[in-house]
Design a binder for this molecule. Sequence first.
Ligand SMILES: Cc1cc2nc3c(=O)[nH]c(=O)nc-3n(C[C@H](O)[C@H](O)[C@H](O)COP(=O)(O)OP(=O)(O)OC[C@H]3O[C@@H](n4cnc5c(N)ncnc54)[C@H](O)[C@@H]3O)c2cc1C
Length: 380
Amino acid sequence: MDLALSPEQQEVRTLAREFAEREVKPRADAIDHNSEFPRDLVDKAARLGLLGVLVPDAYGGAGLDHVSFAIFVEEVARFCASTAVILDVHNSVGTEPVVIFGSEEQKGRWLPDLAQGKKLAAFALTEPEAGSDAAHLKTTATRSDRGYLLNGTKIFITNAGEAGLYVVMASTRPGSGADGITAFLVDGDNPGLKVGPKFKKMGLNGSAIAEVYMENCAVDEADRLGNEGQGFRIAMRALDSGRIGISAQAVGLAQGALDDAVAYARERKQFGKPIGELQTIQNKVADMAVKIRAARWMTWKASALCDAGLPFTREASMAKLFATDAAMEITLDALQVFGGYGYLEEYPMARRVRDAKACQIYEGTNQVQRVVIARELERV
Ligand SMILES: Cc1cc2nc3c(=O)[nH]c(=O)nc-3n(C[C@H](O)[C@H](O)[C@H](O)COP(=O)(O)OP(=O)(O)OC[C@H]3O[C@@H](n4cnc5c(N)ncnc54)[C@H](O)[C@@H]3O)c2cc1C
């Protein structure tokens, strides 16, 4: 088994690292403190081809694999988890369903704009009354002369208000659960789609989440993604590789926290010597490093299975569960290494703790990951 990165994957790491260190790092604090959507960074990432990471080059994308995708998200998340989740959601759950399930006409219409960053993508599954139990969503899609009319409310939608494309799950057969769900590609300019005010949240302050309301939102038949009743499968497939992105985001958050903790422990002196010479601090950073290594390899393993066209649902859920729990522990431990300074918003440690919490919740809570993993184990 080869655990080395290919030359192409190493190139992606170099490119993403330079972008993250030069462009993202200096902006991260302001993005958080001002709850500022980093449109400038999205545009810069687009110019580097980082908005079409998983889009084939025939449609103007970079045509990279999921290992490269994970590397790119990790590098950005080392400095700014808000920017990472915006780019992650766009590339994975927002764009990849079009790559995998889109017709030639849909791919030609959407992918070049998405890959060039002319449009940002969002994924709209969750509803006020249907979170973990997404199969029982209430948004309906009823047949009309031209196609369908969508009616319903989505909640917590990342990139809402900023997106030019919403991948929306709605029921074409209400009362049929998962079998009645159909996916639609809804233009952000559709007059039947409205976005509520941005929610104030505890972290990821640069990313926008809001409610999305659809009232007689008319979409053409040609905007249906896949067949009627295929929407739940499309959503679950999107979330499988979406979880690779969330794992990578968690690894990046944790790596950034470890890097800062090690640097601080070298400099901060108490009792006449650097605190990094205290065994209690050494134990902490060693444990952090081990968990990060394990989380990164689990993320790459799930990515490699996906790239090989093999089943990867279980590995993606395992990686998401492990990496995001590890990120929560590691960001808290790193904050502790900073002592009282860690508690100040002047340092990035508190921000990382606030940001890491979301990773345990979205794209399936970590309790739901355990349900997925147990179900997958029973299949063996
Ligand atoms: C910052 C952020 C961004 C998000 N972005 C998006 C997005 O872009 N698109 C989108 O569609 N959604 C998005 N979400 C929604 C997110 O995916 C949901 O919040 C999540 O799936 C949980 O749903 P819920 O909040 O309704 O919680 P609930 O489902 O009500 O869960 C409440 C609690 O019960 C537990 N629970 C529920 N069911 C089970 C079960 N079967 N077994 C064990 N425990 C269970 C949960 O783990 C949780 O602890 C986002 C959420 C956040 C916070």
